[in-house]
Design a binder for this molecule. Structure first.
Ligand SMILES: [Zn+2]
Length: 267
């Protein structure tokens, strides 16, 4: 059984402030270690469910956060960013039996995590067909393109509610919740224990119903915090400016949505 794990940091137990997610900040080493521990727990849970190969994508910031020496020997780790539109699930294809997301977080424009955002902090919101979307939903749709079931998501309570609203067969583990600029979290030890047990359970049952359905049409609206960024983005082929701070793009091919996001949302 071949498993793909996509890992972010803004939804790991305890994280509360951007300093903790920012490489080279003195607060960061503790949180890269907590992220690593949650990923290791998920890998151990997958191995207990008879996974034989695990590909982990380090999907936060530089893509170089996970302490690779701590990973089990069955793991292949993807570090950095290739530039492929699949982004946080780069190299995902239908040779994988399941996708897991660890440390995922609430979307831009919501109050469920002080670190809520979608893709980049310069983005005020991303909406598809009139609904705000998260990094979880975008990459769940990539999994749908590749026909890989999404079986497990951990992160803050806000993202776990979004997951359940989309498909209540997906196993969720909410490790924290945001209250204004604060969070209330499980202890990291408890989060790792529940991660390991939850991933094993999620992979041992029949997860055929964890396939995500793609909409037939996509009207994407990206709103930026600064109007000059929206102006530049409006020159992406097929995009048009919908107001001073936003661009709109329509397609019936979800790959084109991810391609557009790659080019209009840059650091
Ligand atoms: Zn991140």
């Amino acid at each position: 059984m071949k498993i793909y794990i996509s890992a972010d940091v803004e939804g790991v137990a305890g994280i509360t402030h951007w300093d903790e997610a920012t490489k080279n900040h003195p607060d960061y080493p503790e949180f890269r270690e907590l992220m690593t521990n949650e990923v290791v727990a998920a890998c151990e849970g997958a191995l207990n469910a008879n996974a034989t190969e695990i590909v982990v994508k380090d999907a936060h910031g530089t893509g170089r956060n996970i302490i690779s020496s701590k990973l089990p020997k069955e793991v292949q780790l993807i570090r950095g960013w290739s530039g492929h539109p699949y982004a946080m699930v780069q190299e995902l294809d239908n040779s994988f039996q399941a996708l897991l997301m660890i440390g995922y977080h609430s979307k831009a424009g919501t109050a469920n995590n002080p670190l809520a955002h979608t893709i980049k902090r310069a983005v005020a919101s991303v909406a598809i067909n009139g609904e705000l979307v998260s990094e979880f939903l975008l990459h769940a749709y990539v999994a749908a393109l590749e026909q890989v079931p999404l079986v497990f998501v951990s992160g803050d309570q806000g993202i776990c509610s979004d997951v359940t609203a989309l498909n209540d067969q997906i196993h969720t583990l909410a490790v924290s919740r945001g209250i204004g600029s604060s969070t209330q979290s499980m202890s990291p030890a408890r989060a790792c224990q529940e991660m390991k047990e939850g991933v094993t359970q999620a992979l041992k049952r029949n997860y055929d119903k964890c396939q995500i359905c793609l909409p037939n049409e996509f009207t994407v609206e990206v709103s930026f915090k600064e109007p000059d960024v929206a102006y530049k983005a409006s020159f992406y082929p097929g995009a048009k400016q919908s107001n001073d701070q936003a661009v709109q793009f329509q397609t019936n091919d979800f790959f084109e949505v991810m391609r557009m996001l790659l080019f209009v949302i840059k650091s």
